[in-house]
Design a binder for this molecule. Structure first.
Ligand SMILES: *Cc1c(COP(=O)(O)O)cnc(C)c1O
Length: 440
């Protein structure tokens, strides 16, 4: 039994992320041997639709022929060279293209290997900027209730998810948490925009009192992913932008999850017709192929570091900064966006997803069915303890990879499902729900 072998070896040798390892005494661990478009195949030949894009990273399916070809070509040229003192075509081309996607507003790109590091870089850049311009007291941060910006110590300080944060509280210098504009908080007669205005009013109070000590506000534009696909009105971003300008505070957009077409526009902040001062990207950037993250900043921020003095420079570095293979994967991703007009074609895909959910979830005990582009979510009432773990197992039984956050089930598939496979994914999600509710 080669599969049993691999599972036992994995449980003996691999410490899996975001997991209480003891739970694997009863929960299945799956050995994935092959990926093919939206499908993941395990060692027993079972095929799962990847309904969460492998932790929100995979945009164009597994083993995508175009990304594979680009990487094979790059492997024959250059796999990696250190980026201090050196440069190469993929990192230059990627920087130019990312900057162009912000219409040149964010003219400089700094690289790292994962999302949490991008958060750290944005925070350090913001604080160091204020120090360089003679306002060193501006060294604190604001984040939203329920925010998630990664789990390294610096990123955890702006992450408001108790279960990730509590054990490490002694290590942190926590940010100030301001109210979330979560549209579900609408009181009767209120719109999502009303909730956004209320949250922005609270933000204004905090800024008014404390702006001289605040370097930046960091937000996940439009969708707070790890909080449970919390969605909010673009009005909040418009108001936050205005307040950050008025109180001279940077606005950091963490688009690690919502960037690259996920929210319905290429970047989510476009839907509020604003631009951030700093932009964090990762996850979808390499199509789910290789670890890569990027932080884009304005010329104003960049210029505050440009000097004869070394101590005014941004000395942050990671060994794999600007890895050529990862940058080449990202370029292949951007090529697909251009060649296939992905932002436009995703509108149709998003409609298929929404229509199937409206049809199949009717009459089920779910609330707050919500959608922003290629993210669809709903909250389940009932279902008992351990809902998320039992739903995950039921979804696997029905041939789908779906991993609820608490009682929120979400679908975040790669951008490659046709109408019938979209319907099939939602059907499998619904059957998994029925199975969990029936067993309870
Ligand atoms: C996933 C995520 C991160 C952290 O990225 P990692 O690569 O997992 O460190 C940060 N911010 C947001 C919004 C995310 O969804």
């Amino acid at each position: 039994m080669p599969e049993r072998d691999l599972l036992a070896r994995s449980l003996a040798a691999v410490w899996h992320p975001c997991t209480q390892m003891k739970h694997h005494e009863r929960l299945p661990l799956l050995a994935i041997v092959r990926g093919d478009g939206p499908w993941l195949e395990d060692a027993t030949g079972r095929r799962l639709i990847d309904g969460v894009s492998s932790w929100w990273t995979n945009l164009f399916g597994h083993c995508n022929p175009r990304i594979n070809a680009a990487l094979k070509d790059q492997l024959g040229r250059l796999e990696h060279a250190m980026l201090a003192g050196f440069t190469h075509e993929p990192v230059v081309a990627l920087s130019e293209r990312l900057s162009a996607l912000t219409e040149g507003h964010l003219g400089h790109v700094f690289y790292a290997s994962d999302g949490a590091s991008a958060t750290e870089i944005a925070l350090k850049m913001s604080q160091h900027y204020w120090r360089n311009v003679g306002q060193p007291a501006k060294n604190r941060f604001l984040c939203l209730e329920g925010s998630y910006h990664g789990e390294t110590v610096g990123a955890l300080a702006v992450t408001d998810v108790a279960i990730f944060r509590e054990a490490y509280a002694p290590l942190l210098r926590p940010a100030t948490v301001v109210p979330t504009p979560d549209a579900r908080l609408a009181r009767s007669g209120e719109s999502a925009a009303d909730v956004a205005q209320r949250a922005a009013a609270a933000l204004e109070q905090t800024l008014e009192q404390d702006h001289e000590r605040i370097a930046a506000l960091i937000v996940e534009p439009l969708v707070q992913g790890a909080a449970g696909m919390v969605m909010y009105d673009p009005e909040y971003l418009r108001l936050a932008r205005r307040l950050c300008d008025r109180y001279r505070v940077h606005l950091i957009a963490d688009e690690i999850a919502v960037g690259f077409g996920r929210s319905g526009s290429f970047f989510a902040f476009e839907q509020a017709a604003i631009q951030p001062d700093l932009l964090c990207l990762s996850k979808g950037i390499s199509g789910g192929y290789l670890p890569l993250s990027a932080v884009l900043c304005t010329d104003d921020i960049y210029r505050a570091f440009y000097d004869d003095s070394v101590t005014r420079a941004f000395l942050h570095s990671h060994s794999y900064t600007g890895n050529a293979l990862a940058c080449r994967a990202a370029l292949a991703v951007l090529d697909i966006f251009d060649e296939d007009d992905v932002v436009a074609t995703n509108r149709q895909r998003a409609r298929w997803l929404g229509d199937a959910a409206t049809e199949l979830l009717a009459e089920r005990p779910v609330t707050h069915l919500r959608q922003r582009g290629m993210i669809l979510a709903f909250d389940v009432t009932g279902g008992g303890e351990d809902f998320a773990a039992r739903y995950f197992a039921a979804a696997v039984d029905h041939g789908a990879l779906l991993r609820p956050i608490g009682r929120t089930v979400y679908l975040m598939p790669p951008y490659v499902l046709d109408q019938s496979l979209t319907h099939e994914l939602v059907l499998r999600a619904t059957k998994a729900l029925d199975a969990v509710l029936a067993a309870h």
